[in-house]
Design a protein around this ligand. Structure first.
Ligand SMILES: Cc1cc2nc3c(=O)[nH]c(=O)nc-3n(C[C@H](O)[C@H](O)[C@H](O)COP(=O)(O)O)c2cc1C
Length: 128
């Protein structure tokens, strides 16, 4: 039997009808049963990154974000590309874990759903 793995799934889009969020849920449905997904939908709750608040007992949404990442074995990201880069809300979330390091060495899948012929390649590249 394959080892059970906890995967944190994140959509980089805050839009209600987001194609990336739909894609993320489709991937969760189609995944093999040993992958247990949890959706992180707190991007909109995180305060703007501020190094002055980047302390162990930081803001509650930041503590929650760090704990969710820490307890996952891997990460799935489905994100749009905005202005040739990662959407601000997702970049903000990444800034909060630079110093605490919960994402270090976690296998991560990045997918960008975009109508652009380049398919969100720059958002993908900046996350790899
Ligand atoms: C302000 C803005 C900037 C965008 N910039 C890019 C871009 O640089 N590259 C790209 O491939 N798509 C870009 N797009 C298109 C989005 O990637 C596309 O709308 C995507 O499907 C939105 O994802 P969602 O449906 O998950 O919200 C942009 C869209 C918006 C609204």
């Amino acid at each position: 039997m394959k080892k059970e793995l906890n995967i944190l799934a994140i959509s980089g889009s805050l839009r209600n009808q987001s194609s990336n969020t739909l894609l993320m849920h489709a991937m969760i449905k189609l995944a093999t049963p040993n992958l247990r997904f949890q959706v992180y939908d707190g991007l909109n709750d995180l305060p703007h990154f501020n190094p002055d608040l980047d302390i162990e007992e930081g803001p509650v949404p930041v503590q929650n974000w760090r704990e969710r990442l820490e307890h996952s074995d891997g990460v799935l990201i489905c994100t749009p590309e905005y202005g040739n880069g990662v959407p601000g809300a997702l970049k903000n979330a990444l800034d909060w874990i630079v110093s605490s390091g919960e994402w270090l060495n976690k296998p991560t899948i990045v997918i960008a759903a975009s109508p652009n012929p380049m398919g969100g390649d720059k958002a993908d590249a900046s996350l790899c």
